[in-house]
Design a protein around this ligand. Structure first.
Ligand code: F1P
Length: 323
């Protein structure tokens, strides 16, 4: 097991720790719009979290930290002032730190969700959620991403059952050995997810791209048919993250059939009998969380098929700073 695999497979003990921390998480202020900001993986988590917050009754938007820093009005306009949830594993990403500073200057509440308690971000936050991640996690975010998502779910008011980490761990163990046969000889990877799952689809695409240096795309399921489908061929692997809603599933299954007919291989993750990867019937938010480690391991699987070392990904660094 390399360090990336270790960080993916052994993340669930840290999920349990984060679950036990929830009493200490700050409560959001009622009636104040929420901006969830971050960069890269953290932005994709923000996208799903903002959708989840909206379904729980909050006015919420996800914004890339660089955009929030410079153009908050373009995202929340008349809704400002806001409360800001900043996601950053390192707490040192330049844009995220700048966006936190700018938010404080404007008098906004800033909640930092991070794995680095003594960071520039935490020094520029009104409150901090500190998460303990796998000590072997490398440049590519795996365990920390799931943890920040889990913390965000709890802030949004989503109930996460005590046994959930164990359930997710078991599912990953069952599914992991099967991924290789789907990914073999594929060079183009398309991740589809709707609503709360769109950010998770984007994260799956980013993870696989970073780890395996492959061409990836992410779309809302039915949007994929409007142009991008032109690139689909027999080298395409589509990963369909089914939305846990019977109506969406029937549309999504029609789409899957169409993509298979056009020559793609499709992996479906869903609570439907015919899903390639059967996951339990859960809320959309928990579906997103249980999907994350599987998508992380898919990235590692494709990297291994290509003989690439995910502990040393090309052109990437653990902290991205604008110098
Ligand atoms: C996020 C990030 C990752 C990316 C790379 C560098 O940083 O940009 O999305 O994959 O590993 O870091 P952070 O603000 O969460 O530390």
């Amino acid at each position: 097991m390399n360090r990336t695999e270790d960080s993916i497979f052994k993340q669930f003990q840290f999920w349990q720790i984060a679950l036990n921390q929830k009493e200490g998480f700050p409560a959001l202020t009622t009636g104040v719009p929420v901006a969830v900001i971050g960069c890269g993986t953290s932005l994709h988590l923000a996208q799903s979290l903002a959708a989840i917050l909206r379904t729980h009754g909050w006015r919420a938007v996800a914004v890339p930290a660089s955009e929030w820093q410079n153009r908050a009005e373009a995202y929340l306009g008349g809704d400002l002032p806001a409360q800001v949830i900043t996601l950053s594993r390192s707490g040192e990403t330049s844009e995220t730190v700048q966006a936190a500073k700018e938010s404080l200057k404007r008098g906004f509440r800033v909640v930092a969700v991070t794995c680095e308690p003594a960071s520039s971000l935490t020094q520029n936050a009104t409150e901090v959620i500190e998460l303990q991640t796998s000590p072997v996690e490398g440049i590519v975010m795996t365990s920390s991403a799931s943890l920040m998502f889990l913390a965000g779910l709890q802030m949004a008011g989503e109930a996460v059952p005590e046994e959930f980490p164990q359930m997710a761990a078991q599912l990953l163990e069952e599914v992991a050995p099967n991924l290789r046969r789907f990914a073999k000889d594929k060079s183009h990877f398309v991740f589809l997810g709707s609503g709360e799952l769109f950010g998770i689809a984007q994260e799956g695409a980013l993870k696989l791209q970073e780890m395996s240096l492959s061409y990836t795309q992410a779309y809302h399921p039915l949007e994929y048919r409007h142009g991008p489908v032109a690139l689909l061929d027999d080298k395409t692997l589509v990963i369909m993250l089914h939305y846990p809603d019977p109506n969406a599933v029937s549309e999504e299954y029609t789409l899957v059939k169409e993509l298979v007919d056009k020559g793609a291989t499709v992996i479906t993750l869903g609570d439907h009998e015919s899903a390639t990867i059967a996951i339990p019937r859960l809320s959309p938010a928990l579906t997103g969380l249980i999907n994350l480690p599987i998508l992380q391991y898919l990235g590692e699987t494709v990297a291994q098929l290509k003989g690439l070392d995910t502990t040393n990904p090309r052109n990437l660094t653990k902290v991205v700073m604008l110098t």
